[in-house]
Ligand binder design. Structure first.
Ligand code: DGY
Length: 433
């Protein structure tokens, strides 16, 4: 255990509030869905009680229909826009009465996080008790997804907002923005008072983001109506891969708990269908990786991104496809002058190595890819992924994202976005264990 490890613990302890963690002071002052899950993995290594509470609080905000929101606004804060008064989650008839939140979700990490916590735990029987108290809520969340987010019953769920993807301003969405013409909103950005505007989405992008929310609000956040009217409707490989990964974990954990045969059977039905559909529909033979599918405009969005490789984490590709994916990864993202793994195709003209999800390296994706590579036995590449990830934080600190170009790392200022960012610290702890 080294100095970096201890600093990571400090970041987590400082970002802990009452019963949950913020991703980062000022920039993200509430609880975020996928952040929370990944943060719990870090806490599990040194404070299991906090890890469990993090997840318990997240699940406490679940809606009557099984939905879990992407932001839970536990407190008032004037450092973030758009806040609860813009989102108006109360428009949905089954929204939580206890917490104000957004009306959109985020990648469903909770299932595999429970399994990770179990793996890390030194007191398995106590941890399994906690899992027993939480797992049905996660199951209910998966049921929500398959019953409400898959209108054609394909086995793949849609997201209706770029903020649901987690990869907020990916260049992939540019093709969708081209199909839209939202009004010019008047609002005050808060993020760009904390972080340099060159590292954040543009004003025009925010107009798109707000407009999609307005359409969802006009429809009281009804999934059916959103499927009909949202200009953004995408089957995202990262989102679906994490759902599949989490379903696999739920099956394993229910088997460990015992009984629950009906739930296990239902999970297996969802899972088989999902993996088949994923391989049939989202694999791009020419690119040799998985891509997004634009359901609204009925076309694949054929771009390389770190999400393209995320199916490795969920064991989705067969060995032959996995071999090819790793070759693409190393050819385009893994040169000697690069840190793995840029969030977007470094050879594309849309690549921007400083701008949020348009190119920088993210620790959460690297952690998933590291685990995926290991699972398939790509030990050398996995080792490189881990080394690069640790080096980024060693050189720069626990930033939100990092420059993938090695030449930029001479002065220790190639970390961008928020600093003392929780999931960077949490996953560093897991990588070093
Ligand atoms: C933001 O405000 O940029 C968040 O990432 C949205 O989830």
């Amino acid at each position: 255990k080294n100095d970096l490890y201890n600093k990571a613990k400090e970041v987590l302890v400082n970002n802990w509030k009452e019963g949950f963690s913020i991703p980062c002071a000022k920039l993200y002052p509430f609880q975020w869905f996928w952040d929370s899950g990944l943060i719990a993995i870090g806490f599990a290594h040194f404070d299991m009680e906090k890890a469990e509470q993090e997840i318990a609080t997240l699940l406490d905000a679940q809606w009557g229909n099984g939905f879990i929101p992407h932001i839970i606004f536990h407190t008032e804060s004037d450092t973030y826009f758009p806040g609860p008064d813009f989102h108006r989650s109360d428009l949905h008839p089954q929204a939580s009465k206890k917490y104000r939140s957004t009306g959109m979700t985020q990648p469903p990490v909770t299932g595999f996080v429970l399994e990770e916590i179990y793996r890390i735990s030194k007191d398995k029987s106590a941890t399994l008790k906690f899992i027993e108290s939480a797992i049905d809520k996660v199951y209910f969340n998966h049921e929500y997804f398959y019953n409400n987010r898959d209108p054609k019953n394909e086995g793949l769920v849609y997201i209706y907002h770029n903020w649901e993807s987690g990869t907020d301003n990916s260049p992939i969405w540019d093709d969708i923005w081209d199909t839209m013409n939202p009004p010019e909103y008047t609002f005050e950005r808060r993020d760009t008072t904390h972080v340099d505007a060159s590292e954040r989405p543009s004003k025009r992008e925010y107009d798109h983001y707000l407009h999609i929310i307005d359409i969802a609000k006009e429809n009281n956040y009804s999934d059916e109506k959103i499927a009909e009217y949202s200009p953004f409707l995408v089957q995202d490989p990262l989102f679906n891969a994490l759902l599949i990964k989490s379903t696999e974990s739920l099956i394993k954990l229910y088997e460990l708990i015992g009984n629950n045969v009906e739930k296990i059977n239902q999970l297996k039905l969802w899972q088989n269908k999902a993996i088949t559909a994923f391989n049939d529909k989202l694999y791009d033979e020419a690119l040799g990786v998985y891509v997004h599918y634009d359901l609204r405009n009925e076309k694949p969005l054929r771009f390389l991104s770190s999400s393209s490789f995320s199916p490795l984490f969920a064991n989705i590709p067969n060995k032959e496809r996995a071999d090819r994916m790793v070759k693409v990864m190393m050819d385009k993202f893994g040169g000697d002058h690069q840190y793995l793994c840029a969030s977007f195709d470094p050879e594309s003209e849309r690549f921007n190595p400083k701008k949020y999800w348009r190119g920088p390296v993210w620790v959460n994706l690297n952690w998933m890819l590291f685990n995926g590579l290991k699972q398939y036995g790509f030990n050398k590449v996995a080792h490189r992924m881990k080394q690069d990830t640790v080096a980024l934080m060693e050189n720069n600190g626990f930033y939100e994202y990092f420059d993938s170009r090695k030449e930029m790392h001479k002065n220790g200022d190639a970390g961008y976005g928020g600093n003392n960012f929780s999931w960077s610290a949490a996953l560093l702890i897991d990588l070093l264990e």
